[in-house]
Write a protein that binds this ligand. Structure first.
Ligand code: CP3
Length: 320
């Protein structure tokens, strides 16, 4: 059991460290403070794993695109909308940004109790590309149009992100990450052949590339919102586990698939009772031997930390 965004603004101890760091990005690139916030939720809750504190936009930033998080407005990122702009981007592995993230991984691993796992991550090519095309906006229309048109620069951007993601996840594994998750938060935007081309194939290529360098490293693929496509993701991605969105009925996956998810983050806003009922429903539906308990998306801002505690307790009670 672990939770997406288990470290973050809903925790007062996180807000205190974030204040000390300055900006969100200063925190991402400060290994001591980033390790501290990675570990904070494990001090509060009986979880099994920590998730590296960083952001999916570290990769385009490390490739050389300017990035800023304007308070309350979300990210502002330099754009890539042509082959020339793509060709100017640098490899991530030698960058200051990725070196700092890997220092966070190593430092967190050295500070985390041995029985707790450290999960590294990256954003998936489709989701990251949608921000690179849209300049940090969550409006993915321009990226979708480029995908439908099979614009050569867009296809090359996806291929480039596949390679950079393999290097980035391998570097995290070298630094001490014991599993990795690929976040395709906007995978649900695409259907049919676009889903295949820009979500499923790139995810499978990253899994294969990472496993060629780190054969034993467990990889979790989280293609959020693809519904019926989850079966295909399980069949072709090569992942060890399939993360599923809240809306997905996790009994739909074949019995040999390890499934991660999928409590509704909004249930935690509805109170401890509601959340515990949902936990029991999910735990009863799937074999605990092939289940990684998680949410269907990240913990929301404004969640009461005690609701998270109630969920953890309810899951532990289901474990018997
Ligand atoms: O589960 C995890 O904690 C893994 C790390 C992670 C974060 N963000 C940490 C974070 C991951 C996988 C993400 C995903 C992400 N980040 C996406 C994909 C969509 C999604 O929600 O899944 C996007 C678009 C981003 C870019 C980003 N980072 C946004 C839009 C924001 C909110 C900005 C704002 O001002 O409201 C962030 C900040 C961010 N990333 C926080 C965390 C914990 C909040 C931290 C803070 O503001 O102090």
């Amino acid at each position: 059991m672990w939770f997406m965004r288990q470290a973050g603004r809903y925790l007062p101890e996180y807000r205190a460290v974030r204040e000390k760091a300055g900006s969100f990005l200063d925190l991402c690139y400060n290994p001591e403070l980033a390790a501290e916030v990675t570990i904070q939720p494990l001090r509060r809750y009986d979880l099994d794993a920590a998730i590296l504190f960083a952001d999916i936009l570290v990769v385009p930033h490390a490739m050389g695109l300017p990035l800023k998080f304007a308070e309350g407005e979300g990210p502002v990122l330099g754009t890539v909308r042509s082959m020339q702009e793509l060709d100017r981007l640098k490899p991530v592995v030698e960058s200051y940004e990725v070196r700092q993230v890997c220092r966070t991984v190593a430092l967190t691993r050295s500070q985390l109790a041995p029985h707790l796992a450290l999960i590294g991550f990256c954003g998936a090519p489709w989701t990251v590309a949608s921000y690179m095309v849209g300049g940090g906006s969550s409006d993915r229309v321009m990226a979708k149009v480029a995908a439908y048109q099979r614009q050569p620069w867009f296809c090359a951007l996806i291929d480039r992100l596949v390679q950079e993601s393999i290097d980035y996840l391998s570097a995290q594994a070298d630094a001490g990450a014991q599993a990795v998750q690929i976040f395709d938060s906007w995978a649900g935007d695409l259907v049919a052949s676009e889903l295949e081309e820009f979500v499923l194939k790139p995810l499978a290529a990253i899994v294969a590339g990472v496993k060629s360098r780190h054969p034993g490293l467990p990889v979790i693929v989280f293609a959020r919102g693809i519904g019926m496509g989850q079966r295909k993701a399980a069949a072709i991605s090569g992942a060890n586990a399939i993360g599923v969105e809240t809306e997905y009925d996790l009994t739909e996956l074949p019995k040999d698939v390890v499934v991660q998810g999928n409590l509704d983050p909004v249930a935690l806003l509805a109170g401890a009772e509601v959340a515990a009922t949902e936990v029991r429903r999910i735990c009863a539906a799937v074999d605990p031997q092939r289940h990684i308990f998680n949410l269907g998306h990240g913990i929301r801002l404004g969640t009461d930390p005690s609701a998270v505690g109630a969920v953890v307790d309810a899951v532990r009670r289901c474990d018997g």
